[in-house]
Write a protein that binds this ligand. Structure first.
Ligand code: ZN
Length: 161
């Protein structure tokens, strides 16, 4: 995939994160892309509307991949995502044998933003993906989109004003 196509995928992740926010969920979105660049599946966070705090898009895509893709297809696929995987999602990604991850903003950036906005502390410690799945190829953050993601999180914490 070209760099331009990759930034289009990341832009779609930010759109999905915005859709999640408008629906009342947390602003995260992810796209699973095949080795030839075809998008295979996408999802957004559904923790509020789905009534399940594990309904993170990265976790949903990992389970979709386990059901629908061969091991070879999974290892050649890329997950694009608006925010770096949490430890639960990183573990799911690693367990099902998915390939590269490309994220807009890092877990460390998110933790800093949430503290700045006065959000309640997360019950789960945020770790870099490679502390959970050491051999994974991970790229990010992408600063040209990170400000948009930061703004979505600000609105999620402080209301839409
Ligand atoms: Zn997660």
């Amino acid at each position: 995939m070209t760099g331009e196509a990759e930034s289009d995928r990341l832009r779609r992740c930010v759109e999905l994160a915005a859709e999640a926010l408008w629906a009342g969920d947390e602003p995260f979105g992810s796209v699973l892309v095949a080795s030839d660049g075809r998008p295979l599946a996408e999802d957004r966070n559904r923790v509020v509307t789905g009534g399940d705090a594990t309904l993170h898009p990265e976790f949903t895509l990992a389970r979709w991949a386990a059901t629908n893709l061969s091991p070879a297809e999974r290892s050649a696929a890329t997950v694009f995502t608006s925010g770096e995987h949490c430890p639960m999602c990183a573990a799911a990604h690693g367990w099902v044998g998915l390939g590269r991850i490309v994220y807009v903003s890092s877990a460390a950036q998110l933790a800093g933003w949430l503290a700045e906005f006065g959000a309640a502390a997360s019950p789960v410690r945020m770790l870099p993906i490679t502390q959970v799945v050491p051999d994974l190829v991970v790229e990010g953050p992408f600063d040209e989109l990170a400000d948009e993601v930061r703004e979505l999180h600000r609105r999620a914490v402080n209301g839409h004003g």
